[in-house]
Design a protein around this ligand. Structure first.
Ligand SMILES: *Cc1c(COP(=O)(O)O)cnc(C)c1O
Length: 386
């Protein structure tokens, strides 16, 4: 089976991890700060906080922005559930804004309409809007940022798919149009630490809050303490935090992987361009890219033109799998999950997201995929869709 995504582990990666295992620190040593510094340099941002997953990073990002009971957070229905769950962890409410029909990202025009409607009808405005750069394709951040200024909400970029990408010449993660950006380093993502996440920001207070929250709310920084130190052993718990720390082995793997980031993303873009070209004639829509952007190309999603195909969506999926093509579907609209339906969401609420779900298939894309693997994906698609 050709998987839809797969990590690449080089000898350099293995050596880095092994040398940490033989060192004094398995956690809370020098590797995590090194990894954070590699992220800061790669995305041109002032602060980076590494944690044990993007889910944890989303949680502490929401807390750093003050999300709590009585607030509402808005996000897109076409994302992994973690982009919405993080708001619920903070006791806040969640709501969704439907996607754009051609980019599959949260639609800025629908966001504007929902904001106008909320204001006119005295409904709560969002405290935070979490946008997701689906497949690596940047959201239209200039429009969303302008709405944030006008309606007073903060912005988190869930850039789990988008490290190495750019929007209007600025690296994703530079927080040019947002308060905090979150990356994931799960093995299917662009670069990996096995499990891991990072939150970036240019705001020192938010960075300090997130650093506190990842490790129990405990500080050894005298400036953040309420009392004078009792001695060398002294620390204070000044907030209720968690243990969301990344290990030294994970961080060392991350440093090693980050050294290849630009080559990896360039290769993904080459492979995607080849798909664009060779799939053109088939009854499907290839991913449209917005102007002035460079996608991390985490996923390659095709949309089937079902009225031009004899098979239905599920049959196409199954036949591709039968031929050894490890297709997948990103994502089931979050508002249709049973847990979210229990919160009051219903099928029919976000029609563009639901239509996307009827037609979308993610086909294999990873930077070390061979041309013969890619050819096999293309020829299987040709036979199945004929
Ligand atoms: C993978 C992913 C996450 C969660 O990442 P973890 O590191 O596994 O917690 C969140 N949001 C999106 C969009 C993702 O793809």
């Amino acid at each position: 089976m050709i998987p839809y995504g797969r990590q690449e582990i080089t000898q350099q990666d293995v050596d880095s991890v092994v040398s940490v295992l033989k060192s004094d620190f398995l956690t809370q040593g020098p590797q995590v700060p090194l990894f954070e510094s590699s992220i800061r340099q790669a995305v041109n941002v002032k602060f980076a906080t590494a944690v044990n997953s993007a889910t944890s990073a989303l949680h502490i990002a929401c807390l750093a922005l003050g999300v709590s009971k009585g607030d509402v957070v808005w996000t897109t229905p076409i994302t992994f559930v973690a982009s919405a769950n993080c708001a619920l962890y903070c006791g806040s409410d969640i709501d969704f804004v439907d996607i754009d029909a051609s980019t599959y990202n949260l639609c800025p025009e629908k966001l504007k309409m929902k904001l106008v409607d909320a204001k006119e009808n005295n409904l709560p405005l969002p405290k935070v809007v979490i946008v997701v750069h689906l497949c690596g394709q940047p959201c239209e951040m200039d429009k969303i940022h302008a709405l944030g200024k006008k309606y007073g909400f903060s912005i988190i970029e869930d850039a789990s798919h988008a490290i190495g990408g750019k929007y209007k010449g600025k690296p994703i993660g530079s927080c040019e149009y947002s308060d905090i950006t979150v990356f994931s380093f799960h093995p299917v993502k662009i670069v990996t630490t096995a499990e891991g996440g990072v939150a970036t920001t240019n705001n020192i207070e938010m960075a300090q809050k997130m650093e506190l929250l990842r490790s129990h709310g405990i500080t050894r920084n005298e400036k953040l303490m309420t009392e004078t130190s009792h001695g060398g052993w002294y620390y204070e718990q000044v907030a209720l935090g968690f243990n969301y720390r990344m290990t030294e082995m994970q961080a060392a793997l991350g440093v090693s992987q980050m050294s290849r980031l630009y080559d990896i993303v360039a290769k993904r873009n080459e492979l995607a361009a080849r798909y664009d070209e060779l799939l053109k004639a088939l009854p499907l829509v290839t991913p449209k890219q917005i102007n002035d952007s460079y996608s991390g190309r985490h996923l390659y999603v095709i949309r089937l033109l079902l009225d031009k195909i004899k098979l239905n969506h599920q049959q196409v999926y199954n036949q591709l799998r039968d031929r050894g093509i490890g297709v997948n579907l990103h994502y089931i609209p979050v508002h249709t999950q049973p847990y979210y339906r229990d919160l009051g969401f219903e099928i029919g609420m976000y029609p563009e997201a639901e239509k996307y779900y009827q037609e979308a298939i993610s086909i294999p894309l990873f930077h070390h995929m061979t041309s013969s693997q890619q050819n096999s994906v293309i020829s299987s698609l040709r036979s199945v869709l004929r």
